[in-house]
Design a protein around this ligand. Structure first.
Ligand code: CP
Length: 309
């Protein structure tokens, strides 16, 4: 019924997946929901390595939880300082070593292109858990899943991406992913943090895109407000960060003009861009995203490891 082949596939960029493939992952994720509660032995005997060269809470732990829910196991490191990278081992040698122990690798790395390089050297599939400011494809999958679950479908929606569209990898992957659907996209950022040129050029050919600096103008129009943190750690010049720090703050006053059923998403972690008062409103869905991250990663691991065809 589904002529899609996921077994052994690397997930490096969301651009490598067709809409049909993404829709299938979302469908499998939905089917995984009961297993996320009661568990399954679907991945018994399989091992995931999480090689995280940058900090993470959600991505690494949800990959590990996803594996445990399906009776698989995990090894890995969460800071390169404790691995042999500290002794000068390069990424290619690291993955060629780790692939001997595991069936799949999830990798986060500060350098753009690192996940692609790792996939070229590894015999086992590599999943990109965030590559510098470039992409975070599994975050885009969980974001789409959240939108689908909360709004019923993705097609027909008006969606705003807000904040750091230059250095934020989640919005790059999400913009590419949304351009495969029939949506209208609003890109809200300060001038210096506008969407990366290559992303904008690609998505503009496929869907209507509006760039805007004024958040107040956009809030009443949209069904989904996807807010991001300004990525302080990626600014080459701290003075440039200070100019845009606190550009957008979503509070109760901002939401007063929103559609009643508008949802607020955020990949997390947040700094001060969404006030904690918003957490108690029906708009807030960012902690639901956290759960959805585990469910969608269960689906991805089951597909890539051939437990679901
Ligand atoms: N959303 C996300 O990537 O969170 P972490 O950095 O905690 O993994």
């Amino acid at each position: 019924m589904y002529p899609l082949e996921f077994e052994g596939k690397d997930i490096i960029s969301i651009r490598d997946l067709s809409r049909e493939e993404i829709d299938y992952i979302l469908e499998i994720a939905d089917a995984m929901e009961p297993l996320a509660h009661k568990g399954s032995d679907m991945l018994k005997g399989k091992i995931l390595a999480t090689l995280f060269f940058e900090p993470s809470t959600r991505t690494r732990l949800s990959f590990e939880a996803a594996m445990h829910k399906l009776s698989g196991s995990t090894i890995g490191f969460a800071e390169a300082d404790i691995a042999s990278v500290r002794k000068g081992e390069n990424l290619a040698d690291t993955v060629r070593t780790v692939e001997n122990y595991v069936d799949v690798i999830a990798l986060r790395h500060p350098l753009e292109g690192a996940a692609r390089l790792a996939a070229e050297f590894a015999e086992v599939p590599v999943i990109n858990g965030g590559s510098g400011a470039e992409e975070h494809p599994t975050q885009a999958i969980l974001d789409l899943y959240t939108i689908m679950k909360e709004k019923g479908e993705i097609d027909g929606l008006k969606i705003a991406l807000v904040g750091d569209l230059r250095y934020g990898r989640t919005v790059h992957s999400l913009a590419y992913a949304l351009s495969k659907y029939n949506v209208e996209l609003y890109l809200v950022s300060p001038e210096s943090l506008k969407m990366r040129w290559e992303v904008l050029e690609t998505i503009k050919e496929k869907i209507p895109v509006t760039e805007e600096a004024n958040l107040e103008k956009i809030v009443p129009l949209v069904d989904v407000l996807y807010v991001t943190r300004i990525q302080k750690e990626r600014f080459p010049d701290p003075a440039e960060y200070m100019k845009v720090k606190g550009s957008y703050r979503i509070g109760l006053e901002t939401l007063r003009r929103a559609k009643k059923d508008m949802i607020v998403l955020h990949p997390l972690p947040r700094a001060d861009e969404i006030s904690s008062e918003v957490d108690e409103t029906p708009h807030a869905r960012y902690f639901q995203q956290v759960w959805n991250g585990m469910v969608t990663r269960m689906a991805l691991l089951a597909l890539i490891l051939g437990a679901v065809k």
